[in-house]
Design a protein around this ligand. Sequence first.
Ligand code: BGC
Length: 352
Amino acid sequence: MKRIGKNVFVRLFVLVLLTVSLSACANPTQQKEQSESEAWPGSAQTNVLIGRGINLGNALEAPNEGDWGVVLQESYFREIKKAGFQSVRIPIRWSAHAQSVSPYTIDPRFFDRVDWAVNQALRNDLTAIINVHHYEALYQNPQQEKERFLALWRQIASHFQKFPSRLLFEILNEPHGQLNAQLWNVLADTALKVIRRSNAHRVVIIGTANWGGLSSLDDLQLPDDSLLIFTFHYYEPFHFTHQGAEWVEGSDAWLGTTWEGSAAEKQTIRSAFDRVQTWAERHHIPVFLGEFGAYGKADMDSRVRWTSFVAREAERRGFSWAYWEFCSGFGAYDPNTNQWRPELLHALIPEN
Ligand code: BGC
């Protein structure tokens, strides 16, 4: 009797264990939902959680994932976490995966793939930033594409409504072309209102027109919203960071440009960042340097000097940052050997 009883108990225990682990296996990446009543962090606290980050570039913002040589792997998220990063920015070309006519439905299989990527980040304890990237038609035809852009955000925002607060939305990567600063101010404000209908508490990231750089910083009108982080991209001197870049006409002529870290070179960067800091303090908004990096055709010593200087100057001012990018042309990680490029990694994360 005693023996049988024990057996039954053991079997029951195993059964319960099995059921629990099976249900966990059914959806291994499922994250805990963030409820309305749970405390949501503000923008300053959230910016600390972005901290040091990296862009998973050339994957989901290619026309189709893989077209530009990068297919996201589970191991990438683990490696990024292990190396000491706190966040990933995941650029996404939603416009290539949605109907071109109303109601502009986003392909559910594409949503599944983005869910997978976001959940990989979150389960590795990385803050995840998703954006709208490379919406070329919107840059060319803002008035005509506006309705579709807002419909994309309506779907994205409600889809991710219950995701934890460590998922952040960035409204649009590098507005440019016909989408000038004035139109961008209106569009960003409208898009934010659409997002807020389903995500009252989530921190949203907003940047400048004219390619997301600093040239139109003073044109940006921030929406009246306390849960924003300001983002800018920094690729100066452009002739150095974009030498030999296939997508920049004439850039072959810049090959061989170095960055020595002279007093004057450093001062240019300091002055630019000081300007951002002053502007941000005036507007009471935290700052995220969302992209910076030097292309792989520049010499490694210069890249390391520049990358490390930019990252440290950002940190000194309390800016969070995300290096452009993980494993492609600017890559800090070599996807062929599955190894970090140690000099670049160390420039980004000095402890490593
Ligand atoms: C663009 C990339 C480009 C990078 C550096 C990004 O915002 O989306 O295509 O490689 O900037 O130029």
